[in-house]
Design a protein around this ligand. Structure first.
Ligand code: ISJ
Length: 360
C-alpha cells in the first residue's frame, strides 16, 4: 500500500511539471509570433533554417540526459514546427502520395505543423513553388545504391528556384500485403529504385512473382491494398497508412541505403558555419576546359564534394556540371572563387547555399 502513496506523489509532480511545460510552450509560441510580426513588417522569410540549426546545436550542448540528443531533437523539431505555425501557416509540396519517403523527409525537415501537400510528379513540386501556391518543396536527389535522380537535377535548368536545405533518410524497404500469407503472392508492385535495391532478395525468394513498376513506393502500397494476390515493397509508414501486413522486413539488405532529398524554395538562407553551395556551369568544348574551370577551387583550398554531368539539352554532346562545394556564398573565399569560375565559363548559375544535413 505504501508504494501507492509514492506513485501518487510522483504523478502529482509529473502533473505539475506538465503544467509548467504547457505554460512555457505557449509563452514560447507567443514570442515566436512577435518575431513573425517583425519579419512580416521587414519582408523577411518566416522559416529561418540557420536559427533552427543554432537552437538544435545549443540544446545538444546543454543536454545532460537521461534523454538522448536524438530524442531531444525530435521533441524540439515539433516544438519549433508548432511555434513557426503560429507565425504563419507554411505550405510544403512533396512528391506524393502520402507515406512516400519524400513525405517522411518533409516531416523530418519541417516537423508536422506545416501543410504537407502531396503532388504527383517532381515537376509539379517545382511548378507549385514557381506559381507561389506553396512556400517550399521536397524532392529526392540521390540514393546511395541507385545514384542520382536525374529528373530532379534537370528541373533546375527549367526553373529559377533555389535549394534551401537538404535532408538524409535511412531507407528500409519491407515486403507488405493485405494478405498475411506470403505463399499466395503473385505480383509485387514498387518504384524502380526500390525494386533495384531489393533485386537480390526477390530473385532468391520470390523468383516467380511478377514485378510491376509504379510511380512510388506509396502508390505501390495503395495498389496492394486493393489486390489480395499482390504485395508492395515500401516503407513502414506506408504499411501503417494503407493497413498492410509486413511479410518480410528490410528486404533491401543493404547496410548503407540512404536517400538525400533537397528542400527547394526562393531564398538563400543565412550561413551557419557548416554549409554547402550548389551551382551549375558548362565549359567550352576544348582541351583542358574542365581542368581550368576547376583550378580555382584547388588554388583556394575549397573542398568539392560532388560533380555530376547532365546533357544541356540545347546541343548534342553539350554538358552542364552540377557541383557541390563546402562553404557559403556569403563567405568571401567562396564568392571570390565562384566569381573566378564564372568569368572563365560560358554558363554559370548558383542553385543555393544551405546548411549541410546534420546526420549521416
Ligand atoms: C521564432 C522564429 O521563427 C521560426 C521559428 C523558430 C523557433 O520556433 O525557434 C526558429 C526559426 C524560425 O524558423 C525565429 O526566426 O526566431
Amino acid at each position: 500500500m505504501e508504494y501507492q502513496e509514492e506513485l501518487k506523489n510522483l504523478r502529482k509532480e509529473i502533473d505539475d511539471i506538465d503544467q509548467t511545460i504547457l505554460q512555457l510552450l505557449n509563452k514560447r509560441a507567443l514570442l515566436a509570433k512577435q518575431v513573425g510580426e517583425i519579419k512580416k513588417k521587414n519582408n523577411l522569410p518566416i522559416f529561418v533554417p540557420s536559427r533552427e540549426k543554432e537552437i538544435f546545436e545549443r540544446l545538444e550542448k546543454l543536454n545532460t540526459g537521461p534523454l538522448s540528443n536524438d530524442v531531444i531533437k525530435h521533441i524540439f523539431r515539433e516544438i519549433i514546427s508548432a511555434c513557426r505555425s503560429v507565425e504563419e501557416n507554411i505550405k510544403v509540396a512533396y512528391l506524393g502520395p502520402k507515406a512516400t519517403f519524400t513525405h517522411q523527409a518533409s516531416l523530418k525537415y519541417f516537423g508536422s505543423a506545416v501543410d504537407h501537400i502531396p503532388v504527383s510528379t517532381i515537376k509539379d513540386v517545382f511548378e507549385e513553388i514557381a506559381k507561389k501556391k506553396v512556400n517550399y518543396g521536397v524532392v529526392p536527389v540521390e540514393n546511395t545504391i541507385e545514384g542520382v535522380v536525374n529528373y530532379t537535377l534537370d528541373m533546375f535548368l527549367d526553373y529559377d528556384l533555389k535549394i534551401i536545405g537538404e535532408v538524409i533518410l535511412e531507407i528500409s524497404l519491407h515486403l507488405m500485403s493485405i494478405n498475411p500469407n506470403i505463399n499466395e503472392i503473385q505480383r509485387i508492385y514498387s518504384h524502380k529504385f526500390a525494386i533495384a535495391e531489393c533485386r537480390d532478395w526477390l530473385q532468391k525468394n520470390m523468383p516467380n512473382a511478377q514485378i510491376i513498376e509504379v510511380e512510388s513506393t506509396a502508390k505501390a502500397a495503395e495498389m496492394a491494398r486493393d489486390d489480395y494476390e499482390a504485395a508492395a515493397i515500401a516503407s513502414e509508414s506506408a504499411a501503417i497508412v494503407y493497413g498492410l501486413h509486413i511479410l518480410e522486413r528490410k528486404i533491401d539488405k543493404h547496410l548503407y541505403n540512404y536517400t538525400r532529398f533537397l528542400i527547394i524554395g526562393n531564398e538563400i538562407p543565412q550561413p551557419t558555419g557548416k554549409d554547402k553551395t550548389t551551382f551549375i556551369f558548362s565549359v567550352k568544348n576544348e582541351v583542358g576546359a574542365l581542368y581550368k574551370a576547376l583550378e580555382p577551387f584547388y588554388k583556394n583550398q575549397i573542398n568539392m564534394t560532388k560533380i555530376e554531368s547532365r546533357p544541356s539539352k540545347k546541343e548534342a554532346w553539350d554538358y552542364i556540371f552540377f557541383t557541390d562545394i563546402e562553404g557559403h556564398i556569403h563567405e568571401e573565399k567562396v564568392s571570390k572563387t565562384l566569381e573566378e569560375l564564372k568569368s572563365s565559363v560560358p554558363f554559370f548559375k548558383i542553385l543555393g547555399s544551405y546548411p549541410k544535413a546534420q546526420d549521416v
